[in-house]
Design a protein around this ligand. Structure first.
Ligand code: FES
Length: 106
């Protein structure tokens, strides 16, 4: 299974394994990673699963669709590499992915 590293705003790292096809949000929740609230349960309607994809990994992550882009307008501290983790499905190519968590969700 691909390994994903979630990095809290304070630098604390959480290395988790999750099956391809699951979302980054599910990987965080399954492994009790703090900072992913996910109030809507993954239906792209709350924006509390916001995180930043490490810039070196952007080419391995499919781009956000129109619905996600619309919801990303609601997050605090948006960046070019902002994503809603419920909308990012894990693929085998994401093994080693780095995801940074925003301070606003702690
Ligand atoms: Fe609500 Fe991702 S969990 S938008």
């Amino acid at each position: 299974m691909p390994k994903i590293t979630f990095i809290e705003y304070n630098g604390t790292q959480h290395v988790v394994e999750e099956a391809a096809g699951r979302s980054l949000m599910q990987a965080a929740l399954d492994n009790l990673v703090p900072g992913i609230v996910a109030d809507c349960g993954g239906s792209c309607s709350c924006a509390t699963c916001h995180a930043y994809i490490d810039p070196t990994w952007i080419p391995q992550v499919p781009p956000a669709d129109a619905t996600e882009l619309s919801m990303l307008e609601c997050v605090l501290d948006p960046e070019e590499n902002s994503r809603l983790t419920c909308q990012v499905k894990i693929t085998p190519e994401m093994d080693g992915l780095l995801v940074r968590l925003p301070k606003s969700q702690f």
